[in-house]
Design a protein around this ligand. Structure first.
Ligand SMILES: [Zn+2]
Length: 315
């Protein structure tokens, strides 16, 4: 299968992300959301919906109707899908992560599991690690035996051991950028009108298409989204909530589609990682005021390219 050979050609799969930024809550939300998306059991039950659904989209912050996995994860009480590596006393700034805990984690991850395990390390600053604990963690990140994603958090990349940053991909969260789900403060991206609008576009119907259509058609669909995003960015609606970043909505949407279609796919982390990286480089380009339209078009074409590498598995 060409997909597999391509994945081998491209080298190791990314499996660790470093969430940086000053707002701790944003990072926790994002981590919980990723864990929910990867483990949601409600993927097929809602036939009324146009998109593959999952609890975060179907029920918003109303956790009562969540599937068991999402409910437990959102309460941070799902130790099999949402594993935490914490220091002995997380309330104390100098409290270290004991090496025993890092080794226990490595042992736990060596066992097979029906869950896509998300390992959350709320503080990955270097002073929180004794060297043996850091070494054990590094080994686990480098050689994951089963499906898992490491999410490490720190205020900035500079605070983290270089051996860890070199093995993870940074996701810088500027304030409000992770205005993701699980927050009950209204204006959630998946409830907004624009989110609903995005989700109905042909570009986001890809996981349901049984027969792949021509690349040219797919390209047109991608450029259609690019135009809409360009309009959203340059001519913001008066009604639109400025806190909701349209690019973020698109990524969240894609995350929801992947989560409901390909739980357990080892190439998922590669795709997810590449897409996040791509969106970060788009942000950088946009900040540099390079031609916005061209940058957006390029971004969507590259996104499409990434997707064609996983869509064989998702179909
Ligand atoms: Zn669920």
């Amino acid at each position: 299968m060409s997909l597999i050979s391509r994945a081998i050609d491209t080298g190791r799969l990314a499996n660790a992300y470093l969430l940086t930024g000053s707002n701790h809550e944003d990072k926790v939300e994002l981590a919980l959301e990723i864990a929910c998306v990867l483990n949601c059991l409600n993927t097929e039950s809602d036939t009324k919906s146009q998109n593959g659904t999952f609890c975060l989209i179907s029920h918003g912050p109303d956790t009562v109707s969540y599937c068991q996995n999402c409910r437990l994860i959102s309460q941070e009480r799902h130790p099999q899908a949402y594993l935490q590596l914490l220091s002995l006393d997380p309330t104390k700034p100098n409290s270290k992560i004991p090496v025993e805990k890092a080794r226990e984690l490595a042992f736990e991850l060596s066992k097979t599991s029906p869950f896509f395990r998300v390992i959350w390390i709320a503080n990955a600053a270097q002073d929180i690690f004794h060297r043996p604990a850091a070494n054990s963690l590094l080994k686990t990140i480098e050689e994951p035996k089963n499906r898992c994603i490491f999410l490490l958090a720190a205020r900035s990349k500079e605070l983290v051991l270089p051996t860890i940053t070199s093995r993870s991909q940074e996701i810088p969260l500027v304030q409000k950028q992770a205005s993701m789900v699980l927050s009950n403060q209204g204006n959630l991206p998946y409830q907004s009108e624009s989110y609903q609008k995005w989700s109905k576009m042909p570009f986001f119907q890809w996981a349901k298409k049984r027969h792949p259509h021509s690349f040219e058609t797919a390209r047109q669909e991608a450029l259609e989204v690019s135009n809409l995003l360009y309009n959203a960015m340059t001519k913001p609606d008066d009604d639109q909530d400025e806190d909701i970043d349209p690019l973020n909505q698109l990524i969240t949407l894609e995350l929801s589609i992947i989560g409901s279609s390909a739980v357990g796919d080892p190439y998922l982390s590669q795709y997810l990682s590449d897409l996040l990286k791509l969106s970060q480089s788009l942000r950088t380009r946009l900040q540099r005021h390079v031609s916005q339209k061209a940058s957006l078009d390029n971004f969507f074409i590259e996104w499409l390219n990434l997707r064609t590498q996983v869509s064989g598995i998702l179909a």
